[in-house]
Ligand binder design. Structure first.
Ligand code: C2E
Ligand code: MG
Ligand code: MG
Length: 763
């Protein structure tokens, strides 16, 4: 996971958690609002319910007043008295005993009597002199309708009153109207008291314009008010709404503010004279503690969430900081402060992904371990820091470098031209060599460098790792020369190295699993043109089915000593093949097996050969051991001694590739070999027609060999001309593509030994 992914994930988590917290805050706000609304709704419902109840009580009072009047009217109707004058004493008496302020009886002729509390009864009162509200009620009564007037200021008693009126009949005829006035205060007892809303409310009585008719004894608002619209308690928009609703005689739920507290109220029309009951809920006031608790809880909750949010962002900040530190540690070299290889690789991968053409140079100090040893690790560390500084100072925009381990540095260059890269790197190396001289006495700090170039999209499947690996390959090839050396990666060389690596790492397993196969090339008896023997030539058929030729692996095996094992293995394959021929009743031919120098002088060599002969129970003279002339260069006596032992056992010894190296006739004369194989170079020379010299030499060699009792084999016979020439020279045997290429043992058997059998070496 890279730095960007970590940052992205961190950010996502923070945003997610912050989102959840904000959502929780919103939900809690909604919950509080919902709670408040629910409480307000409950309070409103309760207010409405109670106000209607009080309204009913008012009507009961009005009904009771009418009842009183009806009782009196029944009495008047049943009495013989008909005139107002006559009824005046009774009116006064009745007025004294009931709760009305005034009572009056008015005949239809427009005169009547009026009893006022604590005053003498008035008679002969002209209806037209009365207040218009009273006249209206009287006229309604005359027309047979009972009614209640609006509130008005009575002239007679100078008080605000309202009047009830009922008709008085004699038989079926209405003869007069009985009226009674009363204070609005009669409702005071009803609406006053502590019972409104269970003690959490007050009820006032209002006139149609919002005038306060009866004000509850306790009130939220202490100031004296004429109408409810006095004072700044309503919000101006609300005043208009309330007034409109009052005009329409509608029920209104609303609120007003007083001393910072909001109070809910209900205006319920009484249904009489445009009166209203105003119910004010002080629940808000009494529930203030509850609201406070809710608010405190809400605030605490918000505070906690806020704190979590803060901690979250603080944590995010800290994580980012420690992330930065960790990333610094993860992507930087502690010693020099340079980027490290993972960071370099990441940047390189990004550049390659974007298709940038570039080159990667791997830089190393020659014999850095000695600098460490001679000058101490502190001085060596200083040198590394110094190299880093110089590398950085030489970079162009968009280029970068890093230090991997020890003295290995990498450079990313935006260059692909070999000459430019070479010049730039040479300058860098020379500057390091020149300037680092100061701290290291006469010691010259030398560097070597391997470069891999990526020239863009054309190079498919090229990633950061392969570019770095190739730079390292080139670096390894530059290591050899002890100077400021710069090498470019060579893909051919690399392929070869890869193959060599495969060979070396797979040889043991290949030997075990029988991947080395016996191939045979016929050796033709030139005097009869018949098969005179065969040479065993190894082929490596890998598990993937690729055939590798001796030239590809024998030199490596000679270098690492594996050749000795392989040669003995091939001797064994040859013995096995001869055994098969004998077992099949076929006359066997001798097989020559190539033997490497290493093996030839190994102590266990001869015992191993003996063991093989014994194991397969074959005559040793069917095996010819081919040695190379190089063996004879040093100690001919020792070689002859070894040859002698082998010959005593019965083996034939042949000298291979004679004439290809430093062979001399003198050596030939001294060697006690049985056979001489003339290198195919002779044939090539003599058939080119350039000179007769090689033909003459060949002739001499063949002659000399004959005299020494050594049979001759001429290699590389490719044409009939070669064949003729070899015969004319008197050579005993010939070997070459003219007769046959080396073939698998199975093919050889089919072709020369006349049978077709499953062979372990058959591919
Ligand atoms: P060599 O022993 O001189 O074997 C002859 C080589 O010449 C063979 O190559 C063969 O294929 C090739 N040759 C034969 N006739 C002709 C021809 O007409 N024209 C040309 N151009 N080449 C011809 P090969 O098999 O590739 O072997 C190469 C060498 O590898 C051998 O040279 C031998 O020195 C070595 N070698 C092969 N097998 C073994 C082995 O089992 N052990 C050791 N130590 N060396 C081996
Ligand atoms: Mg050979
Ligand atoms: Mg040869």
């Amino acid at each position: 996971m890279d730095e960007k992914t970590i940052q992205k994930r961190l950010k996502k988590t923070i945003i997610f958690v912050a989102g959840i917290i904000i959502m929780l805050l919103m939900i809690s706000d909604l919950l509080i609002t919902f709670l408040k609304n629910t409480m307000t709704d409950a309070a409103n419902t309760q207010m409405h319910y109670e106000t209607v109840e009080y309204k009913n009580r008012l009507f009961k009072q009005i009904d009771a007043d009418f009842q009183n009047l009806n009782t009196l009217s029944s009495f008047i109707e049943s009495s013989h008295l008909t005139t107002a004058h006559a009824l005046a004493p009774m009116l006064q008496k009745a007025n004294t005993y009931n709760a009305f302020i005034t009572m009056g009886y008015f005949e239809k002729n427009g005169t009547g009597a009026m009893a006022i509390l604590d005053e003498a009864v008035r008679t002969g009162v002209d209806v037209s002199t009365l207040d218009e509200e009273v006249i209206e009620v009287i006229e309604k009564a005359w027309s047979g309708e009972r009614s209640v007037s609006k509130l008005f200021e009575s002239q007679a008693i100078s008080e605000r009153v309202f009047v009830y009126g009922v008709p008085i009949c004699k038989g079926d005829t209405i003869v007069g109207a009985l009226v009674a006035s009363d204070h609005i205060d009669i409702f005071t007892d009803i609406i006053s008291g502590n019972g409104v809303l269970g003690g959490d409310g007050y009820i006032h009585m209002l006139g149609s314009e919002g005038k306060i008719l009866i004000r509850a004894q306790q009130d939220v608002i202490e100031e004296q008010m004429d109408t409810i619209f006095d004072g700044p308690y309503f919000n101006p928009n609300e005043v208009e709404n309330v007034k409109n609703s009052l005009d329409q005689q509608e029920t209104i739920f609303s609120s007003f503010q007083y001393q910072g507290v909001t109070y809910q109220f209900l205006l319920e029309p009484v249904g009489l004279n445009g009166w209203y009951l105003l119910c004010v809920s002080t629940t808000q006031e009494s529930s203030r503690a509850v609201y406070r608790v809710i608010r405190v809880m809400g605030m605490t909750f918000a505070g906690i969430l806020g704190l979590i949010l803060f901690l979250l962002f603080y944590g995010y900040h800290m994580i980012q900081k420690s992330n930065r530190d960790l990333i610094y540690l993860a992507y930087h070299d502690q010693l020099t402060g340079a980027d490290n290889l993972p960071r370099f690789r990441q940047n390189l991968a990004n550049a390659l992904e974007q298709g940038h053409s570039c080159s990667v140079a791997a830089l190393n100090v020659h014999q850095f371990k000695f600098i460490n040893e001679i000058f101490g690790s502190e001085q060596a560390d200083r040198l590394l820091c110094y190299i880093n500084q110089i590398l950085k100072s030489r970079l162009l925009p968009g280029e970068y470098c890093c230090r991997d381990t020890a003295d290995l540095f990498y450079l990313y260059l935006n260059e692909t031209k070999q000459e430019t890269i070479f010049t730039r790197l040479r300058e860098v190396i020379e500057e390091i060599t020149r300037l680092s001289g100061g701290g290291h006495g006469n010691y010259r700090v030398l560097l070597y460098c391997g470069v891999a170039v990526f020239s863009g999209h054309s190079q498919e499947n090229y990633d950061a790792n392969s570019l770095i690996t190739h730079a390292l390959f080139a670096l390894a090839s530059a290591r050899g020369s002890y100077s400021n050396n710069i090498r470019f990666y060579d893909s051919q060389l690399h392929r070869q190295e890869t193959q060599e690596n495969y060979i070396v790492s797979h040889m043991h397993q290949a030997l075990q699993s029988g991947e080395f196969r016996l191939y045979l090339q016929p050796k033709i008896d030139l005097s009869t043109d018949t098969l005179g023997g065969a040479e065993a030539l190894v082929r490596w058929i890998t598990e993937e089915g690729t055939m590798l030729f001796p030239d590809q692996f024998i030199p490596l095996f000679e270098g690492n000593g594996f050749c000795a094992r392989l040669d003995l293995y091939m001797v064994e394959r040859a013995c096995c093949q001869i055994r098969e021929w004998i077992d099949l009743g076929i006359k066997p031919v001798g097989i020559s097996v190539n033997q490497s120098k290493l093996l030839f002088f190994e102590r266990s060599y001869i015992p191993s050969l003996r063991a093989l002969i014994a194991k397969y129970d074959i005559p040793a003279n069917l095996i010819t051991l081919e040695i190379l002339e190089g063996l004879a260069l040093k100690n001919i006596e020792e070689l002859n001694a070894q040859i002698k032992v082998l010959q005593e056992i019965g083996f034939c010894v042949s000298m291979d590739d004679f004439g290809s190296g430093y062979s001399s006739l003198n050596t030939l004369a001294k060697l006690h070999i049985d056979e001489l194989k003339l290198d195919r170079g002779f044939l090539l020379e003599s058939s080119s027609g350039k000179s007769d010299r090689s033909r003459i030499i060949m002739e001499q060699i063949v002659q000399l060999s004959k005299r020494l009792g050594i049979s001759t084999v001429i290699e590389g016979i490719e044409t009939s001309e070669h064949d003729r020439l070899s015969k004319s020279l008197g050579c005993d045997f010939g070997q070459g593509y003219y007769y046959s290429r080396p073939v698998s043992a199975a093919e050889f058997n089919l072709k020369y030994m006349g049978y077709d059998a499953a062979d372990p070496d058959t591919d």
